[in-house]
Design a binder for this molecule. Structure first.
Ligand code: PGA
Length: 254
């Protein structure tokens, strides 16, 4: 697929995989997807497996991502992880504002914006997640919700930082439910987000920013979703926990 923007397919392992399991998975992934071109492949293991996975990925084409980080630099924040600690482990990307964190940890757009700024300060590329709930979609609030999240979560970023930020559109009702957005629902939301980026930054930045779709992406629906003009990759949860399905998603995306 010939797209203006390089595709980015990321696996969000969530709270899964011991170190031993993580190493098995990346070993298989390297064999299956290790020489695929034209796509940035990212795996986001839990913090506990980052160090070992970083070693295993050295000299491969697969990038390492984290699932969260603190908005603060090192200091008295028990249980938190600072951006520079991730950087030391060769982490390149960090997922911020995933809907599970918005829901369970009550992360606000304001907090996510602070984290995005801290990520850039450490030269990490944030993957900032946005998406509406089913109730919001049914109430016709999708664009309003997306606009609030995009404006709020990307607040304070400069143009160059925005260019190096990935946005993930993940309708909450599609995450882990097996229910995927239709291609037109995805394309509409992605085009809306890109239009907003043009307003908030400029048209060049909007054209360069990669917008991933997330929510029950599987080998069987990846090709159709990625064929949409504004869909530049996928953020994959469940189907990234097995090398075969994640590799097939990547293959079907390019
Ligand atoms: P899912 O999760 O692919 O299991 O729906 C996606 C995500 O939460 O990023």
């Amino acid at each position: 697929m010939n797209k203006e923007r390089k595709l980015i397919v990321a696996g969000n392992w969530k709270m899964n995989k011991t170190v031993a399991e993580a190493l098995l998975l990346v070993g298989e992934l390297k064999r299956g997807a290790g020489n695929l071109q034209d796509v940035d492949i990212v795996v986001c293991p839990p913090f506990t497996a980052l160090s070992e996975v970083a070693n295993a990925l050295r000299d491969s084409n697969i990038y390492l991502g984290a699932q969260n980080m603190s908005e603060h630099g090192p200091g008295a924040y028990t249980g938190e992880i600072a951006a520079e600690m991730l950087k030391e482990l060769e982490v390149g990307y960090v997922i911020l504002g995933h809907s599970e964190r918005r829901q369970y940890q009550k992360e606000s757009d304001e907090l996510i914006a602070k984290k995005a700024q801290a990520a850039h300060a450490a030269a990490l590329q944030p993957i900032v997640c946005v998406g509406e709930t089913l109730a919001e979609r049914e109430a016709g609030q999708t664009e309003k919700v997306l606009e609030g999240q995009v404006r709020g979560s990307l607040f304070g970023l400069g143009k160059e930082q925005m260019r190096r930020t990935v946005v993930a559109y993940e309708p909450v009702w599609a995450i882990g439910t097996g229910k995927t957005a239709t291609t037109s629902q995805a394309q509409e939301a992605h085009a809306f987000i890109r239009g907003l980026l043009a307003k908030l930054f400029d048209i060049t930045i909007a054209r360069l920013v990669r917008i991933q779709y997330g929510g029950s992406v599987k080998p069987s629906n990846a090709r159709e979703l990625m064929s949409q003009p504004d869909v530049d990759g996928a953020l994959v949860g469940g189907a990234s926990l097995e090398a075969q399905s994640f590799t097939e998603i990547i293959q079907n995306s390019i």
